[in-house]
Design a protein around this ligand. Structure first.
Ligand SMILES: C[S@@+](CC[C@H](N)C(=O)[O-])C[C@H]1O[C@@H](n2cnc3c(N)ncnc32)[C@H](O)[C@@H]1O
Length: 441
């Protein structure tokens, strides 16, 4: 887990040195870009205007350069495009959690799927079949990383505001499962009690089978009295587990474990480490698992790379296959191992940094199928060796269409055919997209 660096209290990010002077312009929005902003053309420049839709004529304030164009703020909508919708959340446009609540649903769906189509075509994979968008409904996010800022007599707690480091004090959220939203007010009161003024931190909350699992990361030296108050908070909120971690501390401080914080993968109970990665929604996890299971074929020996706690290891292992799970972090792989041993499954587990020490071609030879699910940066080092080793089936799971397309290109150059890519929207209202790609050789 990354050490916390203290954030500046300021609101806006610093402007780049070559930023053009701010000025108001009138532009017409032509399309929605990859980050969810409306895109207009002004001479040779693209202008990115948030919260706009194609057909809008708007006044926008140019605020700086952004990649291949100019970043602008929306000042006024002069003429509304046909695809506008009323944003359902009161925090929308200030909260950084959502970028697209102001767009008609059918337009949103087409745009989301197109994020993947565009990246594949940029990588020269335009002919790859892309399935319809699998949609996970809002309100089903079971895991969230909140941020908080403790001020004089209060704590603001929620998601970061759009494009700033300030915190939106979340009262409601369309994305989250209800128990996560219900925890916010008591969590705020607890932070005021325990954390000193002007401190900032993070709280990761996951909904498990036995209730909420809460990890607070904040710089507070907990005395006995604090610990008693925290334990009382865990009791009052009926938490499964409450853990504290001070920034820079190499250990987790277990405050209360009232019940095991269990999640099930393929029916197998696993207790992830505090704050450990989970697919953000159960629906998304199941959609990915189904895509993996339906494509895996008769493979007996399967490697699950970037396995986390085993979202895909277990659904495959309970079918009687031999699984080798590889993960960079020690804690999740130990949780996976303990769960596999308790069930007597054919699972081996390895802690390994797959960027620096990818599985080599001779190590991959024994697997008929490999599943990999890397972080947003993708798996460029690992796919080189997959392309060389050539297991019959390779299934890529990804939360970043750009790095997925790059990794698939490497596999195709190594002789694979991409049979099917399934886009899965488990990040509604945002520009993030999950996808599963099935490659065969
Ligand atoms: C997107 S998550 C997927 C986890 C798991 N497949 C799941 O669905 O829950 C990516 C995983 O890769 C791990 N990871 C990140 N960088 C890694 C690296 N260089 N080597 C191995 N694992 C890494 C993370 O710890 C995380 O568990």
């Amino acid at each position: 887990m990354r050490p916390r660096t203290k954030r500046p209290h300021s609101s806006a990010r610093p402007k780049p040195k070559n930023a053009p002077p701010p000025r108001n312009v009138e532009v017409e929005i032509e399309e929605i870009g990859a980050r969810g902003d409306g895109v207009a053309r002004m001479g040779d420049d693209l202008v990115f205007v948030p919260f706009t839709v194609p057909g809008d004529r708007v006044v926008a304030r140019i605020e700086g350069r952004r990649g291949e164009g100019l970043a602008a703020a929306l000042i006024e909508v002069l003429v509304q495009g046909p695809d506008r919708a009323e944003p359902p959340c009161p925090h929308f446009s200030r909260c950084g959690g959502c970028a697209l609540q102001h767009v008609d649903d059918a337009v949103y769906e087409a745009w989301k799927r197109n994020l993947l189509v565009t990246q594949l075509s940029r990588a020269g994979l335009g002919a790859v079949p892309v399935g319809p968008l699998v949609r996970v409904p809002p309100g089903s996010r079971r895991r969230a990383a909140f941020t908080f800022a403790r001020r004089k007599n209060e704590a603001t707690l929620g998601f970061n505001a759009r494009a700033t480091h300030s915190v939106i004090d979340l009262e409601s959220c369309l994305l989250l499962e209800a128990p996560l939203v219900a925890l916010l007010p008591p969590l705020r009161r607890m932070l005021v009690d325990i954390v000193a003024a002007n401190e900032e931190g993070d709280v990761t909350v996951s909904l498990t089978e036995n209730g909420l699992d809460v990890l607070v990361e904040a710089d507070a030296r907990l005395d006995l009295f604090d610990r008693e108050r925290l334990a009382a908070f865990a009791d009052a909120q009926d938490l499964a587990r409450l853990t504290w971690r001070r920034p820079g501390a190499g250990f987790m401080d277990p405050i209360s474990r009232r019940r095991p914080a269990i999640v099930r993968f393929g029916g197998v109970p696993v207790e992830p480490p505090p704050g450990g990665f989970l697919q953000p929604t159960k629906g998304g996890e199941l959609a990915i698992s189904e895509a993996v299971l339906s494509a895996i074929g008769p493979a007996e020996h399967v490697a699950d790379l970037y396995s986390g706690c085993g979202s895909f290891t277990f659904p495959l292992a309970v079918q009687g296959r031999a699984l080798h799970a590889v993960e960079g972090e020690e804690a999740p792989i130990r949780a996976l191992e303990a769960a596999a041993n308790a069930e007597g499954l054919r699972v081996t587990a390895e802690v390994r940094d797959l960027s620096r020490r990818p599985l080599l071609a001779h190590e991959l030879k024994k697997f008929q199928a490999v599943v990999f699910d890397p972080p947003r940066a993708g798996a460029s080092a690992q796919v080189e060796f997959l392309a060389e080793a050539g297991p019959k089936t390779v299934i890529a799971v990804s939360c970043n269409p750009a790095t997925l397309a790059r990794d698939l290109k490497t596999l195709v150059a190594g002789g694979y055919t991409v049979e099917q890519v399934t886009p899965i929207d488990q990040f509604p209202f945002s520009a993030h997209l999950e996808a599963v790609a099935v490659c065969r050789r």
